[in-house]
Design a binder for this molecule. Sequence first.
Ligand code: SF4
Length: 542
Amino acid sequence: MHPERRELWRETHLLTPDKKDLARAVLDQIRRGRDVTQTLRDYPLKDGGYLNKSMLVSIYNELVAAGEIAADSQLLERIRMKPMRTLSGVTTVTVLTKPYPCPGKCIFCPTDVRMPKSYLPDEPGAMRAVEHQFDPYAQVRSRITQLESLGHPTDKIELLILGGTWSSYKRDYQEWFVKRCFDAMNDFSNLPSEELKIATDELPNAHTYNETTHHRNVGLVIETRPDEITTDEIRWLRHLGVTKVQMGAQSLDDRILEMNKRGHDVECTRQATALLRAAGFKIVLHWMPNLHGATPESDREDFARLWNDFCPDEIKIYPNQLLANAELYEYWQRGEFKPYTTQELIDLIADIKPTIPRYCRVNRVIRDIPSTNVVEGNRRTSLRQDVQAELKRRGTKCQCVRCREVKGKSVSAESLQLDDLVYPAGVAQEHFISYVTPDDKLAGFVRLSLPEKDSPPTGISDLDGAALIREVHVYGQSLPVGAEKDGAAQHAGLGTHLLEEAERVARENGFRRMAVISAVGTRGYYLRRGFERGELYLTKNL
Ligand code: SF4
């Protein structure tokens, strides 16, 4: 590694000496028989938050390698991360694009020339990218190797590409970046050299190869700005294999957007969301409370607007955090901006969380920025747990997808109820068709979108007159292909039943065609269920 990079890596490495000392104490307690989770809770970090199991495993390995402690397989087994990450059936691999500016001028957004816009070098998700100098192949390979060493299945991978505004990177860089990620997922070790040449020359060939390889890509996510979403852009995103788009909405109030120099208005977000929906993408919106000009009360009103027209499938709540390398810092110095306190934030999020519709998944309630970067305001990264505790205290609960997932629980197929939640989403009628357990947990769902006559034209012939399957998701521990586990939801054929139900609903509503936005690695799944290859989607006559 280049010495400067190494320095940056060292400087930003999460396992600082005080964390290592803490981890040693935690390991000692666990070795004496104490409960792992409780012990981690009993040793909080100085600025809030807790050590996690992967840090414990790293430190354990270091101590064993240095001869400071003897190898202890029982201890290792207990501290190994249980497969929480894969409980929703899919393992996420996060990669960052190279340092690059963004056309946006948002006053809250940090700038660090060493990083893609809006990222800090010591964010946990960014450190692997720094270590690998933003090389996509190395990032994906090292993550897969790490996951395998922790005992996780890696046959179904959702690739999450982060970094500023994806659409502002040059297209040849975008294509190269995605292809190198696929090269890393495609296992070429057994290929004869002629086939190897074909599989590695162009993106479509890398895609085709991935359809049958060991590490299949079951989702590809990018993040961009609403004003980048055009018909040309959605066609390009499909060419790359993108299935899900994260977009910063931040606020649904033009006054707040302007005060924060977002550079687009609410109507732009509305149109971008409608176009993405019409093209079958899964939509993740980022929403930021505590922007310049907002109050907890205006944030409550703003949040309610999300569920008219926009109706994101997933949201990330990113409370604005005051950082020294963002323009907002000057506003704060002049006394024009004041961050909410931790308690104000907990109260706000505990108020809005129970109002989230059952079709939406809350991925985050705070961004994972190390607290040392926060100038004033909340420094707790464990806000999600704090909010859960507050909800419990109030006797209310959140019904979002994440809060209702079955997790690793056994599911008896006979006990499941089929439910169809119908809701208007701008110019489409959405059906969130799900299988629910008797205690209201989600075993699986399909997102069926029925475009209405005002739905924006996409210019993609695969979609003409078609109902859209935007997502099929069946929960249960992500098992290696072919592995059996009684009761795991993924193996109860739920996906097929959900698809059949979606087809029935689409026919009932007058649709004669169906299109699915398939990730590259799930094409085979749909082809086996009667879909055919179109130009950018898989389609089926009903
Ligand atoms: S669009 Fe996103 S990355 Fe660009 S400046 Fe705004 S917040 Fe930062």
